[in-house]
Ligand binder design. Structure first.
Ligand code: EPS
Length: 362
């Protein structure tokens, strides 16, 4: 069974390939009565889109959302919500060479080994184009979480190659094409990306996201841990090679006296746990950090093999991202919102009768 669905009570199934006629998703389990309109999707889809800055792939899609079902007179009805976005700017000829070989570092080889067939145009379903529908589905989740729990999800680019922010201003992150939290470094990043593009190479990135307002109790311990589902959700994003919750790998060198978040009636003294203890939200901000590998589609020749089993040097031309992490902030936010939405419904289903439990410290 091929798994293209995500979530247990708020389920999202995405479909479509990068150069097919359209991409889409079906959301099942959305509570009724939520006001949703096509224009609600515009902001986040624009934040994710290619072709909006010179630092990303120059593919330019309108990304107009068609709501095909599940919404009546502007409100969700509780029935499946189907969203569709038509592809309008495919350039399949760019992938002619790729059909006969495998880009090192890309999913070309593994898709071929698994299915014995692949749609090479635009990387088929392995293309980052697929993330468009995750962002669209999360628009609904973000809205419901904000209206019912005052939960807000925000992310930023925390590292670009070897460059890290000198300062931190979350509002600044929304004012530049990098989602970078230090306005004073944007020019430096632009120079960095200019040099990278000229080199024909690519670079990795780190994206951090936080969900504020998450009440304690979300997450199902042992095999339904909130952090376990968050890690799986982030690993499902194209090019992700690592996920940290809270202190993450820094916890290795911490002492218990440092890592534990001591508790007082007015709150915790720190948040090394990233808002999750024992797989269940603590009421602190839920924090996640995601590592993106450098894009595989690059102009620098790489050693590979052809479908015919010959040694070849692969050079990938066309429209690609020198760093997929630059547009990944809204995608990481989306997966964080989708996991929280699913667990909010799961917690309500099982523990909806459990009111606030004293003492409540965060
Ligand atoms: C992308 C769509 C892709 C690329 C890019 C991002 O279009 P295509 O499938 O035609 O290549 O422009 O994919 C990559 C990450 C890359 O470097 O090739 C998207 O919609 O995010």
């Amino acid at each position: 069974m091929s798994s293209n669905s995500f979530g247990k009570l708020f389920t999202v199934t995405t479909f479509g390939e990068s150069h097919g006629p359209a991409i889409g998703c079906v959301i099942d389990g959305c509570p009724p009565g939520l006001a949703i309109a096509p224009e609600d999707f515009r902001h986040d889809l624009e934040r994710r889109a290619t072709g909006r800055s010179r630092h990303t792939s120059q593919r330019h899609e309108a990304d107009e959302v068609e709501i095909l079902s599940g919404v009546y007179e502007g409100r969700t009805t509780g029935t499946p919500i189907a969203l569709l976005i038509r592809n309008t700017d495919q350039r399949s000829k760019d992938y002619g060479d790729i059909a006969a070989t495998f880009r090192p570092g890309h999913a070309d080889y593994t898709y071929w080994q698994k299915y014995g067939i692949r749609d090479p145009r635009g990387g088929g379903r392995a293309s980052a184009r697929e993330t468009t529908m995750r962002v669209a589905a999360a628009v609904i989740a973000k809205k419901w979480l904000a209206e019912h729990h005052d939960v807000r999800v925000r992310g930023h680019l925390a590292q670009l190659g070897e460059v890290t922010p000198r300062g931190f201003d979350r509002e600044a992150a929304e004012q530049n094409p990098f989602f970078w939290p230090d306005a004073g470094q944007v020019a430096e990043l632009e120079d960095y990306m200019h040099a990278l593009r000229k080199s024909g190479d690519s670079v990795g990135a780190r994206v951090d996201a936080v969900a504020e307002g998450v009440p304690p109790g979300w997450g199902e311990p042992v095999y339904g841990k909130l952090d376990g589902d968050l890690a799986a959700a982030m690993m499902s994003i194209n090019a992700v090679k690592g996920v940290e919750i809270g202190a993450g790998f820094a916890a290795v060198a911490q002492r218990g006296t440092q890592h534990r978040d001591e508790m007082h009636l007015d709150g915790f003294t720190s948040n090394h746990a990233g808002g999750i203890l024992g797989g269940i939200s603590s009421g602190q901000p839920v924090t996640v950090s995601v590592a993106f590998k450098p894009t595989s589609s690059i102009l620098v020749p790489g050693q590979s093999v052809s479908l015919a089993g010959e040694a070849v040097a692969v050079v990938t031309k066309g429209r690609h991202d020198p760093c997929v992490g630059i547009r990944a902030t809204p995608i990481v936010e989306a997966m964080l919102a989708l996991v929280l939405m699913d667990h909010a419904l799961r917690h309500r289903a099982q523990c909806g009768d459990v009111g606030p439990v004293a003492p409540r410290i965060a």
